[in-house]
Design a protein. Sequence first.
Length: 578
Amino acid sequence: MRQAKLENGKEELRVMRRKASWLIASAGIFSVFVNILMLTGPIYMLQVYDRVLGSRSVETLIGLTVLMGFLFAMMGVLDFARNRVLARAGARFQVGLERRVFAAALRRAAHATPGQGRSNSLRDLEAVQKLLASPAFTAFFDIPWTPVFLLAIAIFHPWLGILAVSGGAILIAITILNQITTNPPVAQANAATLRAEHMAAQLHGEAEMVRALGMQDAAYDRWHLARAEALKQGVQATDRLGQFTALSKTFRLFLQSAMLGLGAYLALKGEMSPGAMIAGSILLGRALAPIDLLIGQWQVVQRARSGWRDLSELLGEIAPDPKRMELPRPQAHLRAENVTVVPPGQSSATLRMVNFELKPGQAMGVIGPSGAGKSTLARVITGVWRPAGGKIRLDGAALEQFDPATLGKHIGYLPQRISLFDGTIAENIAGLSLAPDHQKVVEAARRADAHDMILRLPDGYDTRVSGGGGMLSGGQMQRVGLARALYGSPVLLVLDEPNSNLDNEGTLALNRAIGTVKATGGAVIIMAHRPAAIAECDVLLMLDGGMVRGFGPRDKILAEHVQNARQIQQSKGQGGMN
């Protein structure tokens, strides 16, 4: 199964590569003429030594020199054109896959188990693009011409051909040995670097807690160990690669000098001309240059190979979302039918055979002890996770029948852990839209009772925030998150512990927002621990151990299952006090 998925991913990459095949083919055609024009130097030297020096004709020398300059100019133009074409082939490959890779990486991250390290898929895509635009890729076009140049050397004299072929075979052996011996340390270095980067990102994301708890020195020591290991592996990989690069370069230079020495010996014996001696040395340098270049650029090749493999796994594991027919805006009628959920990376279900029905204008509270499955249910209702069994239907249609982007417009979600993104308050409320609807942004902020709070910020709705919220407090971030969930007037609002960071004023505002959604025919689901959070609820779903222990009218479920039922029932009459 894994191998089949890997092949599917590879095929998807090949299809995209074939879309740029005419550009790559054009580069191949340019390479033919570039390599033919590479013969200009050797032929010029032959003519100078064998024709000009013998005839002592200045006119012949001028004519040959002008022709040589023109041919080299044409070679430079074609080489430049080849590089431009390959750069655009790489760009087309990257642009064609960016959306697909971004979406697949996002889905895999949503399904990843905590602490699960993954390669950066967009960097993998960029690595393949860089190879297509690098000199290493042009070397693949030039290497097939190496036998042609070696044959040309052999035409000058068989002994020169034997020396050139033997030297070329040694360089090819060095290239193969380079691949075999450098792959493991490079892979270890990449893995160590990924671990260090993941740890650094995690520590930076929790910078406030790290400093508050005095963990900075310990955090640095832990990160430094990971980074030192990555640096050690990287240095070892670079050393190994440097050995082969230096060896190939030194041997190639020695081989060219040996070619001159052998050619001089043969010229002294009268078996070949001095011009052929010089031309043979130039041809040998040209024949072996692509191999030498490939060894020097081997890290780029290895990174691209690793990226291609990781992209194949990603695209094979995460199939593209199928095109779905656009359904009309649904009614806020939600029904769960025998829903069973197995979280990603786990083998046992955290929700089993869950059934309930929520009608328009109703609010449902989901209560239960920690670990009962409340947040899991929230992820399934919002489409982040898919149930292993059963269906969740919105206005009769299973959630899988909605396009994910469309479903996000119908279901507003306030997660337990609020995260904002780099951008303005308005952009965050509008879901990072490049062109936020200002009227809808203000309307959502008013419904979340965050409008006045936002206006008091230095730049109002244009105040820039970071991933951690920047200058915003936890309660302010929660209100902005609620406004984001309300943006576009979704038919269903899912709130996971919505008042965990709210004060009494914020809780009252939250209850008013819930009441407004209900009054306009929407529905609300609230995962709650605190009594005030379910003050506006009409029905309650009680979970325990991933199973439904009770579902029905609010007061009935409280009376049957909750010890402090009277306190919770009185919270609504007290205006939602905690």
